[in-house]
Write a protein that binds this ligand. Structure first.
Ligand code: ADP
Ligand code: MG
Ligand code: MG
Length: 338
């Protein structure tokens, strides 16, 4: 539990990466860090808790505080972050978890890297983006999901993970305008040689607005883990649409809108979403003018292939990552020629 004076978080985490199992700091170190954080300001409030900006030895950290009735989410999220090989540029950097207090007063803390710009939702609401930034936001998010979804084999391997609550509020924007995936309270892991999902799953959880048709009409095939990844890709299609909608490379950019903003109520019911997504098969509009430009046209096609009604026909995260990578290369070459 000893932390040398002057040692910073980056060094602590890096040292642990090279020496340990790569699945997080020793628990006592985590606890020691948690006990020396002071809370600065609240930055988020959800149904199940609060997120604060905190400070540890002068460094900003994010502190997610769960109410004790949601201990299951805290436990799950902590467990997911401590999965071997989870650490990645496009996954929110986990620092520590701790249970504070005793008896009648307890708080469950989850401490991570702090990102001043907040969620992708907040970012897109406040700013439009040029083509380069659109691609960078989309590509980096795709890299995060692709890392999550990938199973890495071997004794120190990584299970495949499905997020199950992909939305722009659960993706954060770093200072360099790339994304990290966050909020793993509903995630599930899968190791192929055990051929089973690591917890029993209540499929009808998550954010209704972003739920895939098969989750809404309760036909998701739980026996195959691929089905969970396919459901993530539907939700990610909606996120890609949100990003592309704020691209200012064409004449006009609309105000930011959440998917289905003008179609369903602000806290839509299952029934309402099912009617819209499964029965009427509606999706957000892909504007005609996007076909006038290579980049937005490819985005448009990619988005449509992510939110296909048939889960089997959706793109995988790896496919989306490769397509966006090609677009980035192409845009870069074009800009150089011009
Ligand atoms: P919940 O499970 O309650 O939805 P999240 O982990 O999604 O909690 O966080 C809720 C909100 O708090 C996010 O949408 C974002 O606005 C903010 N937030 C969460 N983590 C961070 C962080 N590391 N840095 C900055 N803001 C964050
Ligand atoms: Mg969230
Ligand atoms: Mg959550």
């Amino acid at each position: 539990s000893y932390i040398a004076p002057g040692e910073n978080l980056r060094d602590l985490l890096a040292a642990n990466q090279s020496s340990g199992s790569g699945s997080g700091l020793p628990l006592l170190v985590q606890r020691t860090i948690a006990r020396h954080i002071h809370l600065v300001k609240q930055v988020g409030k959800g149904r199940y808790g609060e997120v604060w900006k905190g400070c540890w030895r002068g460094e900003a950290v994010a502190v997610k505080i769960f109410v004790t009735t949601d201990e299951a989410s805290w436990r799950r999220e902590t467990e997911i972050y401590q999965t071997v090989l989870m650490r990645h540029d496009n996954i929110l950097g986990f620092i520590a978890a701790d249970i504070k207090g005793t008896g009648s007063w307890t708080q469950l803390w989850l401490i991570s890297e702090y990102h001043e710009l907040g969620s992708l939702h907040d970012y897109l609401k406040a700013y439009t983006c040029n083509k380069g930034i659109m691609l960078q936001l989309a590509y980096s998010a795709a890299c995060g999901i692709s890392h999550l979804h990938a199973e890495i084999y071997g004794t120190q391997g990584k299970p495949a993970i499905a997020h199950r609550d992909i939305k722009s509020r659960n993706i954060l924007v770093k200072q360099n305008l790339t994304c990290v995936i966050a909020d793993f309270g509903l995630s599930v892991r899968f190791v192929s040689d055990r051929k089973e999902v690591d917890i029993p799953v209540n499929t009808r959880q998550g954010t209704k607005r972003y739920m895939s048709p098969e989750v809404l009409d309760d036909t998701l095939k739980q026996e195959t883990f691929t089905a969970f990844k396919q459901a993530d890709m539907y939700s990610f299609g909606l996120v890609l649409w949100e990003i592309a909608s704020r691209c200012n490379s064409l004449a006009s950019v609309d105000e930011y809108q959440v998917p289905f903003q003008n179609i369903v109520a602000s806290d839509p019911s299952f029934e309402e979403m099912r009617k819209v997504v499964c029965v009427e098969k509606l999706r957000p509009t892909l504007p005609n003018q996007w076909t006038c430009e290579d980049c937005l046209m490819t985005m448009s096609q990619t988005i449509a292939e992510c939110w296909n009604s048939n889960p089997e026909r959706r793109l995988t995260s790896l496919r989306v990552k490769k397509t966006l990578s090609r677009l980035i290369d192409g845009t870069f070459k074009q800009d150089n020629c011009a």
